[in-house]
Design a protein around this ligand. Structure first.
Ligand code: NAD
Length: 540
């Protein structure tokens, strides 16, 4: 049997490596003498060196490559640095930079991370999972790369998304890195540019579709239930019809959720809850209009309906509060081109343009989830500002270049009245001598905490009520100071505390709903805290 690792085997193991922090004694004991420069550093000094390296680079994509390299080299230093500098580094390890990283994935590829499945693997997926070096996987993020952020079909290049999301699970909620598994369901791509790229690394065929596609996903899900029965499966960046189909297919018997539908919904709902403290309109009285009627928008709509019902409205009245527009205009009864998830919101109304719809329906809140930049025009914001003292504007499309409007435009065009939030980060805006820092409706506020909560109680399933609970929990973290500075979300540096609170609330909900599979701990908070990965070195 192999003994404990020594020498370069220690340095080359990202989970064990402390590099220049190894003490004299450790260097002696682990066979590291001569393999490291003389000086023994602190973790803080290492962090400073990392930051210097990042800041001297000219492009964010270079910073991303450096950070991925650091994650592969020294896990604790990576997570320590990310957590301590989360506002600066989250946009580099996730959106918007991860969008660029996915586009260029095949060109910047250095070392494989995660698990790849192709149509050639049919019938072998369960045995292939035995190749994965870890036995106790608790979180899987899977994509098929067909709708990466707002960037479309990026095929196997989409692997950057599961890797990035899982790094946020670890950073934000302290999920153990070794318990995470990024998965690329590489069923081909219809992106001709990628197929023609000689460096493209994915399955070089058009996408597998229909029954054959579903059968491959089924095989994966069944294999995971056998090999990693405690794993939570997060579906990410699937094309909307597939996203709904897969969620509906598995949610009643597998511990899974779709972040684009349900995670986005919880984050947006939290922002809407918080916005009412500024606009002074009671939540249950809100009229909300969406631009976009895809998975993100409809997911938010469905959770808003649950939230309205929670306030005493019946389902029909709750739905009537929500209006959707898609690329063809207002979603109304009688349209023959709607998808099943649109039908509950296709109200009796004259068909028409987005602008006409705002004028006649007079919403308090606009939520953009189109992937189409510039669709919240000056006219749109001005009409919203004429109707409302404080119009609430969510421009959720990612990455930043796809946002429906910028923060600056929202404040300028509304003459400073807009309550604004976005999916990707925007810098603070100076408006008439006041500094406004919009909060980012980042899914990272919610999914890591939900994941930690369901792992901690070994939940069987994830219920809609858990997302409602998470949204409330997040909104409760927004202080008066956050609101006054223009943000509907808590500061990102509070993310571990936010995630832990969400985890406690979600686990409590699971116990209350009979979905937890462990005996309820006397001190749930302490139980959850004990599970959280801490990015500090063990002292020997
Ligand atoms: P989707 O393809 O399912 O839906 C897009 C919708 O927008 C469709 O209904 C389409 O008809 C409509 N649309 C497109 N162009 C339009 C235009 N010019 N005018 C009016 N409607 C238009 O996509 P999705 O999964 O719902 O994602 C949409 C966007 O939301 C993406 O950019 C994604 O990055 C973003 N998103 C943000 C977050 C977040 O910020 N937390 C989370 C998930 C998704």
């Amino acid at each position: 049997m192999a003994g404990p690792k020594r020498g370069y085997a220690v340095i080359n193991d990202a989970a064990l490596n402390k590099s220049t922090v190894f003490s004299r004694q450790e260097r002696e004991d682990l066979g590291l003498r001569g393999l490291l420069p003389h000086r023994i550093c602190s973790l803080q000094a290492q962090e400073q060196r990392v930051l210097e390296n990042i800041r001297r680079k000219a492009y964010d994509i270079e910073r991303y490559i450096f950070l991925v390299g650091l994650m592969e080299r020294n896990e604790k230093l990576f997570y320590h640095t990310v957590l301590n500098n989360i506002e600066e580094l989250m946009p580099l390890i996730y959106t918007p930079t991860v969008g660029q990283a996915c586009k260029e994935f095949a060109h910047i590829f250095r070392k494989p991370q995660g698990f790849y499945i192709t149509p050639d693997d049919r019938g072998s997926i369960r045995s292939m999972l035995d190749n994965w070096p870890e036995e106790d996987i608790r979180v899987i993020v899977i994509t098929d790369g067909q709708r990466i952020l707002g960037l479309g079909d990026l095929g196997a290049n989409g692997m950057g998304i599961p890797i990035g999301k899982l790094s946020l699970y670890c950073a934000c909620a302290g999920i153990q890195p070794r318990q995470c598994l990024p998965v690329m369901l590489d069923v081909g791509t219809n992106n001709e540019e990628l197929l023609a790229d000689p460096l493209y690394l994915g399955y070089p065929e058009n996408r597998l579709e229909g029954e054959a596609y579903l059968a491959l996903v089924d095989e994966f899900i069944v294999a995971v239930q056998d090999k990693f029965p405690k794993a939570l499966i997060q579906f990410e960046d699937f094309l909307t019809p597939n996203a709904y189909q897969l969620l509906d297919r598995y949610r009643e018997w597998v511990l899974c959720f779709n972040d684009d539908i349900q995670g986005t919904a919880a984050v947006a709902l939290a922002g809407v809850y918080a916005s009412t403290r500024l606009t002074k309109i009671e939540f249950k009285d809100l009229r909300i209009m969406f631009l976009g009627a895809g998975s993100a928008a409809t997911g938010i709509g469905d959770l808003l309906v649950s939230a309205f019902q929670d306030e005493g409205l019946d389902q029909a009245t709750a739905r009537q509060r929500l209006w959707f527009n898609d690329i063809e205009g207002l979603v109304v009864a009688g349209r023959t081109d709607l998808m099943p998830h649109n039908l509950p919101y296709a109200h009796e109304h004259e068909a028409g343009s987005f602008v006409d719809a705002i004028k006649s329906i007079k919403p308090h809140v606009l939520i953009g989830a189109t992937g189409a930049p510039g669709t919240f025009t000056q006219e749109v914001i001005e009409i919203m500002s004429a109707i409302n003292d404080r119009p609430t504007i969510f421009a959720l499309s990612n990455p930043t270049s796809r946002a429906e409007c910028t923060a600056e435009q929202a404040y300028e065009w509304s003459k400073g009245k807009a309550v604004f939030s976005s999916g990707s980060p925007f810098s603070a805006v100076e408006f008439q001598g006041k500094r406004i820092k919009p909060g980012q409706g980042n899914n990272a506020y919610v999914f890591p905490g939900i994941g930690l909560g369901v792992i901690a109680c070994e939940a069987r399933l994830i219920s809609d009520e858990m997302f409602l609970t998470a949204a409330r929990s997040l909104a409760d973290h927004v202080s008066e100071h956050d609101l006054a500075s223009g943000s509907l979300y808590p500061p990102l540096p509070d993310i571990r505390l936010v995630s832990k609170t969400i985890a406690i609330d979600v686990a409590q909900k699971a116990f209350a709903q009979g979905l937890a599979q462990i005996k309820q701990p006397v001190d749930l908070a302490a139980h959850i805290q004990s599970l959280m990965y801490q990015p500090v070195y063990d002292s020997q």
